[in-house]
Design a protein around this ligand. Structure first.
Ligand SMILES: *Cc1c(COP(=O)(O)O)cnc(C)c1O
Length: 404
């Protein structure tokens, strides 16, 4: 039995090497079979605590009954119908997101990159329709906005753009958390500023409260659209439904994706009434975007967040997790900094490789992600309990102390 299942792992890895484009490099040697709650199970029958949650996607964990029922009952009714027609889950999800946010209008896409493409187009459309095109958008260095051609242009990291030149023009990059630099970069062509509130992909770096306040005031005074990319920080991840709530601001445009439908692909562009004028009939579209299956899943996720009080859980678990991480930082002297909000946490190692720590945790049955050479990122399902965190902390401490 053991041997047969090990063969499965080797077979899948072999086929992946043969048939899949190698963009993910060498993956962690786990063939996921199924999941339940905060745990994933491999084809070898081993159980792993999922501390990365599909990169902030599995909001409700795995195999959540309410989500599974919403998806299956919607699938029995209709999975897809094109946007020539209305569908109830799409409309009700748009209404719900408007009720919960700064926004007046919503558009649905299928991923984070696609939502950001929509936001970029919307900002350009807004200025064109006013008769004063302002195509330039300022973004932050070390930001991440996606892998499509417009979103790598928006992403302030050369390594994502260089091999795919020519890059779409119209983006300027400024150091993150540096308001003076941002002010200097603005000119008559600047139509929007696009920021993350926590730079997740480059190592979990939160924006400063004062910086975001200053940027908001500046955008209002200078009539520049503020786009907040909440693809990773949204849907309760940081302890409020949107991270912008913690910065005391409202954006003009925001994007959501990862956690919104708990694992079913979806993206959303949210805009206030004024910014939303950037799109009129015929200006944008999507075949799959807003389909009944994805929207029914998202509605179930939002209902579960409310009915289970998951925002409270995120805040309680955060307080406990950060306290424990800081205490093992003191004990082991192997952690330089613990950053982040809610259940989006970066652990910067003092010494040693993050990827080694990731692999040792994997051997002990815990899944985390490593960013760059020295940051471990945690983004577990919002349902995770303190009891489960205790187990993770103990494993992490063992790994940092070199215990087997
Ligand atoms: C993941 C991510 C994206 C891209 O989302 P995809 O669904 O992978 O296209 C964009 N912005 C941020 C902040 C992200 O974390």
């Amino acid at each position: 039995m053991e041997e047969k299942q090990d063969t499965k792992l080797q077979q899948i890895i072999g086929y992946d090497e043969a048939y899949y484009m190698p963009v993910f490099g060498k993956r962690v040697p786990l063939v996921v079979d199924h999941g339940r709650g905060v745990y994933l199970y491999g084809t070898d029958g081993k159980k792993y605590m999922d501390m990365i949650g599909g990169i902030a996607v599995n909001t409700l964990g795995h195999n959540n009954g309410k989500l599974v029922r919403a998806i299956s009952s919607q699938a029995r009714k209709v999975i897809h119908c094109c946007n020539y027609y209305y569908n109830e889950p799409q409309t009700m999800l748009a209404k719900k997101l408007v009720d919960m946010s700064f926004a007046d209008k919503v558009f649905f896409a299928n991923s984070g990159a696609e939502a950001n493409e929509g936001a970029i187009k919307l900002a350009r459309g807004y200025w064109s329709k006013k008769g004063t095109p302002k195509p330039k958008i300022i973004t932050a260095k070390m930001s991440f906005h996606g892998r499509t051609l417009a979103t790598i242009a928006a992403t302030g990291q050369e390594k994502f753009r260089a091999p795919f030149a020519p890059v779409m023009p119209g983006f300027d990059y400024v150091p993150f958390n540096d308001f003076e630099a941002l002010k200097k970069a603005v000119d008559a062509q600047t139509g929007a500023i696009m920021l993350e509130l926590i730079q997740g992909e480059s190592g979990v770096h939160p924006a400063d409260f004062d910086y975001i306040q200053a940027v908001r005031k500046f955008c209002t005074q200078n009539k520049i659209l503020l786009i907040i990319d909440e693809v990773q920080t949204g849907v309760g991840r940081t302890g409020t439904f949107f991270a912008y709530e913690q910065y005391g601001i409202q954006p003009d445009i925001a994007t959501l994706a990862k956690g919104l439908a708990g694992g079913v692909p979806i993206g959303a562009v949210l805009a206030n009434q004024s910014a939303a004028t950037g799109f009129g009939p015929g200006d944008h579209g999507s075949t799959f975007g807003g389909n009944p299956l994805a929207c029914a899943a998202a509605l179930a996720v939002l209902e579960e967040i409310e009915s289970k009080g998951l925002l409270n859980n995120v805040n309680n678990v955060n307080a406990y997790l950060v306290k424990k991480l800081n205490s093992i930082a003191k004990k082991t002297k192997k952690i330089a900094e613990v950053r982040g909000k809610g259940l989006l946490i970066g652990i910067e190692l003092d010494s040693g490789s993050a990827s080694d720590v990731k692999m040792k945790l994997f051997e002990k049955g815990f899944l985390v992600s490593s960013i760059g050479s020295n940051v471990i990122r945690l983004a577990p399902p919002l349902i995770i309990s303190k009891f489960q965190i205790i187990k993770f902390i103990s494993a992490l401490q063992d790994v940092l102390e070199g215990k087997e």
